[in-house]
Design a binder for this molecule. Structure first.
Ligand SMILES: [Zn+2]
Length: 426
């Protein structure tokens, strides 16, 4: 007989019923919860896993054995207790790795990332693809794939689980087509199938800001926060929205293009064809433009050079970054008023000046807020690598989790589970 199992919350208080799941579904949810908890607390004993998840020790034991059998988890070192039997600590098996590709308008960052988010090797491929023809774009992709294959060959003792690609723009999760990407040329080709063919591997492709949200959930530590906006600031601005614990996708997976929210009546022409978009005032390109407006003979060609000048204390460089941040804060205030996030996660090169940038953003959010509760503004773990870890997380979530796969919108599934949501029994 197929029995039903009630999902219960762990801890002292019992939250409202979350529904009734079949025993198979409950087992899969428990498996997801255990994987996530092992990741957060490893090395960890089975007894601690039971305590942390609220699951029965027998359930923990059965599922952990399964995970060891499947090769995801390793029975690790023996722990020490004041008395009694020494427990075995389990860890995730870091033999499992992902090939991560972060496609940007002028370069691609590639890396091999292990199951714990550790970057084992990396490579950058530069190109000038802005006004490239279809044949040139195809050639660029071939070069990127060649570097990717070399990275993969350099770590042949690892178990590759797939390729994750983060891109600016939005990706239709059903067709894998790049729908909107005004600053990059990839829309000329079928990027997903080209890469899949060249790398002979399944490809998970997603908007960079969405991927970073997922990376922070898996590799970082959101705790129990379930309302987060990730703002990716690079050549343009993209946002990923997690509201009430769910990734917001909108029609055609297009939600989050706040970079093209009209901020001013006039201004530079945006990559989308309009004028006055937020990203034309607050992206890296805008920062560089503010500097060039002050320094006619400027030879700066990249935002990184501007950052270097700012770090050296160059007044005009600092003024340019400050202006960019003032515009960034203006857009963040709008997002905050409309979406009520608990946390805003900034991803981008500008976080290299976080000591200066963060107080500016926070003070302006406070100044523009109509409530006493403003969101925390935090930098993604380590700027550049965040997008790579995001790309890696896309694959990990696909292969690791059974009931909380990222991007599953048909059944309205939530983001990967919090350990506190635990099912009662196997
Ligand atoms: Zn625009």
């Amino acid at each position: 007989m197929r029995k039903s199992t009630e999902l219960r919350g762990a801890g002292k208080t019992t939250p409202p019923r979350r529904g009734v799941a079949s025993s198979e579904t409950a087992r899969e949810i428990n498996r997801d919860i255990l994987l996530h908890t092992i990741h957060l607390h490893q090395p960890v004993s089975r007894a601690d896993l039971a305590r942390l998840t609220g699951l029965q020790p027998s359930t923990v034991s059965v599922i952990t054995s399964q995970l060891i059998e499947e090769g995801w988890v390793l029975p690790g070192t023996l722990g020490r207790l004041p008395r009694g039997r020494r427990p075995t600590f389990v860890t995730l098996n870091d033999k499992h790795v992902t090939l991560a590709i972060d496609l940007r308008p002028e370069n691609a960052n590639l890396a091999v990332v292990d199951i714990n988010g550790k970057i084992l090797s990396r490579e950058t491929v530069t190109y000038s693809a802005q006004s490239a023809s279809k044949a040139e774009v195809r050639k660029t992709i071939q070069n990127i794939a060649k570097s990717a294959r070399l990275l993969r060959a350099g770590l042949s003792d690892r178990i590759f689980q797939g390729v994750g690609v983060s891109v600016s723009g939005r990706v239709d999760q059903r067709t894998h087509r790049l729908l909107f990407s005004p600053n990059v040329p990839w829309t000329q080709i079928d990027l997903h199938s080209e890469l899949q063919k060249l790398l002979d591997s399944p490809i998970e492709m997603e908007n960079a800001a969405n991927a970073c949200l997922l990376a922070e959930r898996w590799f970082g530590n959101f705790g129990e926060i379930s309302n987060v906006i990730a703002v990716s600031v690079s050549e343009g601005i993209g946002t990923g929205l997690m509201l009430d614990g769910r990734l917001v996708r909108g029609r055609d997976d297009m939600a989050g293009e706040f970079g093209h929210m009209p901020l001013e009546e006039s201004g530079p022409v945006c990559g989308c064809g309009n004028v006055g978009c937020w990203e034309t005032f607050a992206s890296n390109r805008a920062g560089l433009r503010y500097y060039q407006e002050q320094v006619q003979e400027s030879r700066l060609s990249s935002f990184q050079e501007l950052l270097n000048l700012a770090k050296e204390g160059d007044v005009r460089a600092l003024r340019s970054i400050d202006k960019m941040m003032a515009y960034l804060a203006r857009g963040l205030a709008m997002l905050t008023a409309g979406l009520a996030p608990e946390m805003i996660l900034i991803v981008g090169d500008c976080t290299a000046l976080w000591q200066r940038v963060c107080p500016q953003l926070e003070s302006q959010l406070i100044a523009k807020s109509f409530t006493s509760r403003t969101p925390r503004v935090v930098a993604a773990m380590d700027g550049d690598a965040a997008r790579l870890r995001g790309a890696a997380a896309l694959v990990l979530h696909k292969v690791l989790f059974r009931q909380a796969a990222f991007g599953q919108t048909e059944n309205g599934s939530a983001m990967p589970p919090y350990p506190r949501i635990a099912a009662a029994a196997v």
